[in-house]
Design a protein. Structure first.
Length: 395
């Protein structure tokens, strides 16, 4: 597939290099100045085109990798989707979830692929840790029923994305990791020293998962050396995962079995980009139904919903710091039945007000009272549509 690179975000450059090195994808254009080493890695056909509109007007380009600056990223994401191309976007796409909602609607209109670049949760050690979180009674992991997920993260520089930009709403890292291990987050709260997020100050996050279990996160910037540890506490024990050199470095997993015997698992340097490429290609050409059921190899699942959830949780955490209170998140199902019920509720309320208004006006114009019965009949007739129209089968 032939693609273009918009911007020079490090994640976007790494993804572009990984795509070009596969031999299955070819970059045709990039919009910002890149080093000679990066240009050699991208290959000969790649050329610089400063105008984004000119890049998107090229019919040979099939996919767009949005890696623009924070202030330009929402506009470039919108234009890439409107040009009806497959889109890969650096996270976060914007400061608030609104652009993510709009992007999802544009994706539904065009039918093209839209995926975020969330590399951290692709580490095999993270997915191995997620196996210790099992809520089924007949399939308990060695540490027992899941109770608490703890994460401590320290970095030499700033840890919140965009915290150093004036007037910018910073983003919190690690939501994809929490959701990969514990599932959807139902409630979240955040604490800082002041009622606003500041540079160089630690942040504490806490909350609970929708399917049960709690989490606690410590984000500490400006440390002498990077450190990242995750712990899963169960009813019968504890398992700990440490990244001594940061998330993309070596990983060590320690845990004990039911007999108290210690176990240790080790991973070398993690490379997330082949995993993301595999997820992208799997979305491009999904395997037939049931083809993967007998396979031992599990493909990493990625969707735009992951970016939406992260932005929603960012928004909730920022409110928690400002208001000093927790936020309860609700995830309503977007189905035809739910949409029908919502529409009928709106029409029912409108009908009540209309009947009341007609009763009042009928004192002066009695003929208006005869409209009440037809309105009620029409509303009841609409209720029958739910039983007359065939329901869509659940997938």
């Amino acid at each position: 597939m032939r693609f273009a690179l918009l911007g020079d975000h490090p994640d976007g450059i790494d993804m572009a290099l990984a795509l070009a090195q596969t031999g299955r994808h070819q970059i045709l254009a990039f919009t910002t100045a890149l080093s000679e080493e990066v240009q050699r890695g991208l290959g000969a056909p790649a050329r610089r085109i400063g105008d984004v509109e000119e890049v998107l007007a090229d019919p040979a380009i099939e996919a767009v990798l949005v890696a623009s600056r924070t202030d330009q990223r929402p506009a470039h994401l919108r234009r890439a989707l409107q040009s009806e191309r497959h889109v890969l976007c650096v996270h976060p796409p914007d400061q608030s979830p609104e652009i993510a909602y709009e992007a999802a609607m544009l994706r539904n209109d065009t039918g093209h692929i839209l995926l975020p670049l969330l590399p951290e949760a692709t580490h095999p050690a993270i997915r191995r840790l997620a196996e210790f979180v099992c809520r089924k009674e007949n399939n308990r992991p060695p540490v027992g029923a899941f109770r608490l997920l703890q994460m401590e993260r320290g970095v030499p520089d700033e840890i919140l994305d965009g915290i150093d930009l004036p007037g910018h709403k910073p983003a919190f890292p690690g939501w994809d990791i929490l959701r990969t291990i514990g599932g959807e987050i139902q409630e979240v709260s955040a604490f800082a020293e002041a009622e606003e997020l500041r540079e160089g100050e630690p942040v504490l996050l806490a909350g609970r998962f929708q399917e049960g279990g709690l989490f606690q996160v410590s984000l500490v910037p400006r440390q002498q050396s990077p450190r990242w540890c995750l712990s899963v506490l169960g009813s019968m024990g504890r398992v700990e995962l440490c990244f001594p050199q940061g998330w993309n470095g070596p990983a060590i997993l320690d845990w004990r079995d039911a007999d108290g015997e210690p176990h240790e698992e080790y991973w070398q340097h993690g490379d997330p980009w082949p995993v993301l490429i595999e997820a992208f290609e799997q979305t491009l050409s999904p395997s037939p139904s049931g083809a993967e059921e007998g396979s031992e190899r599990k493909t990493y699942r990625l969707s735009w919903q992951d970016a939406i959830r992260a932005l929603e949780l960012d928004d909730a955490a920022r409110r928690g710091v400002e208001k000093r209170r927790s936020t309860l998140l609700e995830y309503p199902e977007a189905t035809e039945e739910v949409g029908f019920k919502g529409t009928m509720t709106l029409l029912g309320c409108s009908l009540l007000w209309s009947v009341l208004l007609l009763l009042i006006l009928s004192v002066w114009w009695p003929k208006l009272g005869f409209l009440i019965v037809p309105l009620i009949v029409i509303f009841l007739g609409l209720q029958l549509l739910r039983y007359l129209l065939p329901r869509q089968r659940e997938k």
